[in-house]
Design a protein around this ligand. Structure first.
Ligand SMILES: *[C@@H]1O[C@H](CO)[C@@H](O)[C@H](O)[C@H]1NC(C)=O
Ligand SMILES: *[C@@H]1O[C@H](CO)[C@@H](O)[C@H](O)[C@H]1NC(C)=O
Ligand SMILES: *[C@@H]1O[C@H](CO)[C@@H](O)[C@H](O)[C@H]1NC(C)=O
Ligand SMILES: *[C@@H]1O[C@H](CO)[C@@H](O)[C@H](O)[C@H]1NC(C)=O
Length: 386
């Protein structure tokens, strides 16, 4: 009976104690909640430019006697502990606000790209959070993988290549330096189409044409300025072609006569004039020899001073380059004009006779005189009728 009573009292005591134990426990839990270090906000992912600095913030509340460390997530290398830097002088840590441990990396390198861990040495298990940085790198042309100046034969297939490093990967755009459109041709097609610019690291020029010759710019750009460019010159080699705008030239004696040929060729040509398939003409008081070059075109110009009978004949403009030779032929004749009973002026083409009226089609230097003379003939006719 005594035993039972004792047990009873023990139970009573126990029951009485229960709430107190519970209260004490909850008190412990509360204290734990308040005292345990907590991250205030995530570190987040950030983008920085190479050479500048990267900042990552780790905000902790209730740190207590715990320590905050920064680690490189990839290999768990410890970078700092509290405000003490463990590694390389490029890292530093400062307490931005009383609760933010800020990891600073400066100057930033491409290999710093990756994730970083902020850790608190809580027991039994550490608390940690991760934030990542992306390192933007401006574009740079990779010369070893980019075309140098190109020399091709006309109708060869040519591909210009341009590669650039950078992060994010740069976009490659092609333009002509002279701001003319780029001429492109689809494989198998004969016709060109024009584009202001072309995007892609290789610019395919199928069966290349002389009109595609020139300086090209490949421009590499990403989100990081400045964009960079490289100039690539495309030379298209072909043998000379001679075009003669006026093959028959008539002029009255005593005037200066201009003979012209247009040459297309690359590489550059040696050009000269021949008279009657023999004598090479030299610049001097009688002949003025000139050339106007624009890209692969050369305008050859021969001025014969004081046109005389001995100048009548055949002239050749001759053009040669390493790939071949070409020539054009011009015939020079005298326009002999006099009033006659047929009311028509006559010309002498190396023995042939033609009506001067035909000279209407000729240009300035040669047609001015016949036209005025025609008017004189008309005036004489009018006078005769009156
Ligand atoms: C941050 O970047 C990492 C790696 O790129 C990725 O796994 C994570 O989801 C990103 N976090 C946020 C919040 O965008
Ligand atoms: C150019 O390319 C086309 C098609 O790819 C090919 O048929 C042709 O033979 C090539 N021409 C030269 C000169 O290599
Ligand atoms: C006259 O000159 C113009 C311009 O230079 C040229 O286009 C035209 O073909 C010439 N006409 C003749 C008949 O030579
Ligand atoms: C013809 O002559 C006129 C005046 O002399 C000149 O303005 C014009 O440019 C010339 N045209 C050609 C095609 O030579």
């Amino acid at each position: 009976m005594k035993m039972y009573r004792k047990l009873f009292w023990t139970l009573i005591h126990g029951f009485a104690m229960l709430p107190t134990i519970a209260i004490r426990d909850s008190h412990v839990v509360n204290r734990k909640l308040v005292d345990v270090p907590q991250f205030e906000r995530p570190i987040g992912n950030h983008t920085f430019h190479i050479g500048k600095e990267a900042l990552l913030g780790c905000s902790v509340i209730n740190l207590g006697k715990h320590k905050v460390g920064w680690l490189r997530a990839e290999d768990q290398t410890v970078l700092s502990l509290n405000d003490r830097v463990v590694l390389s002088p490029r890292y530093s840590v400062n307490l931005d606000t009383p609760s933010t441990w800020q990891l600073r990396i400066r100057p930033l390198r491409a290999e710093d790209r990756g994730c970083y861990m902020c850790q608190i040495n809580t027991q039994p298990s550490m608390k940690w959070q991760i934030g990542c940085i992306d390192v933007y790198v401006p574009p740079d042309i990779i010369n070893e993988e980019t075309s140098a100046d190109v020399s091709a034969q006309e109708l060869d297939n040519v591909t210009l290549i341009c590669r650039a490093s950078g992060h994010p990967p740069p976009k490659i755009t092609w333009r002509r330096e002279d701001h003319e459109p780029i001429l492109l041709k689809k494989v198998g097609s004969r016709d060109f189409y024009k584009v202001e610019s072309y995007t892609g690291s290789s610019l395919p020029l199928w069966r290349v044409d002389r009109r595609q010759m020139g300086a090209f710019l490949c421009i590499a750009a990403n989100d990081v300025p400045p964009a960079v460019s490289k100039r690539i010159i495309l030379n298209v080699n072909f043998s000379p072609t001679v075009i003669v705008p006026n093959q028959l030239l008539g002029a009255p004696l005593g005037t200066d006569v201009v003979l012209e040929c247009t040459v297309e060729a690359y590489p550059n040509t040696i050009n000269y004039w021949l008279k009657n398939r023999g004598e090479m003409l030299l610049d001097g008081p009688k002949y003025v020899i000139g050339e106007e070059r624009s890209s692969y075109r050369v305008m050859m110009k021969l001025t014969i001073r004081y046109f005389s009978r001995s100048d009548i004949g055949t002239y050749n403009c001759v053009s040669t380059n390493s790939l071949g030779k070409s020539e054009g032929t011009l015939r020079l004749y005298e326009i002999k004009l006099y009033p006659s009973s047929q009311s028509s002026a006559e010309v002498n083409i190396g023995g042939l006779t033609e009506g001067a009226v035909k000279q209407k089609t000729f240009n300035n230097s040669t047609n001015k005189l016949p036209r005025t003379l025609n008017i004189i003939v008309l005036l004489i006719l009018l006078l005769l009728y009156c």
